[in-house]
Write a protein that binds this ligand. Structure first.
Ligand code: OGA
Ligand code: MN
Length: 200
């Protein structure tokens, strides 16, 4: 996998880029089916908002249900995992980010206005998360479904809304971009990879 010049440029200057058709439709639909199977198996749990002993669930902040995805759990999810791996290598070599390991999380917003309040995924010095990559699994998304990802780029005053459409990938610098998930009125599915820097 390689990044386009436009993607490298966008990541450097705006802190994010979007790519559609990340897997191609047949594979995207297969991954979506695997995700739906995890959801109907009851594998997901309400997401917490802090780590460790401070962990608590507060749906006014964050209304999604999540599961950590390990390679080997499912062939289709592993295919996406491999694409995330290749993406990390491509970003490391073309954008000089020095990414190492990554975690993958499956998130399902159940609908009914579930959302995630404005936040950053990492704070300088607190965690080693460098890059966030989110892949969406929502076939047939329409504007009335809601669940837009709203990005707040540092360099422009204007927020940018991203529709969570099937096979769309959004990549951003975890420490730099504030973002939120607007209320989702239908089930909303996403898989997120967080890439860590190499070293401590
Ligand atoms: C997150 C998050 C955004 C999205 O899980 O930290 O911001 O579009 N998700 O699902
Ligand atoms: Mn986030």
């Amino acid at each position: 996998m390689e990044l386009t010049d436009a993607e490298v440029e966008a990541l450097g200057s705006h802190g994010y880029f979007l790519r559609d058709a990340f897997l191609g439709e047949p594979r995207a639909l297969a991954v979506r089916a695997a995700v739906l199977a995890r959801v109907s198996a009851g594998a997901l749990r309400p997401a917490g908002i802090r780590r460790g002993t401070d962990h608590s669930v507060d749906t006014s902040v964050r209304g999604d249900h999540i599961e950590w995805v390990l390679p080997g759990a499912d062939a289709e999810l592993e295919a996406l995992w491999n694409h995330f791996h290749a993406l990390g290598e491509a970003v490391s070599s073309s954008a000089y980010l020095g990414l190492g390991r990554f975690d993958v999380q499956l998130a399902c917003y159940p609908g009914g206005g579930a959302h995630y309040a404005r936040h950053r995924d990492a704070f300088p010095g607190q965690s080693n998360r460098r890059l966030t990559a989110i892949w969406y699994a929502n076939a047939g998304w329409t504007p009335t479904d809601g669940g837009l990802l709203r990005l707040y780029p540092e360099d422009t005053g204007a927020p940018l809304d991203v529709a969570p459409m099937l096979d769309r990938l959004v990549v951003f610098l975890s420490e730099r971009l504030e973002h939120e998930v607007l209320p989702s009125h239908v089930q909303r599915l996403a898989l997120t990879a967080w890439f860590y820097g190499r070293g401590p």
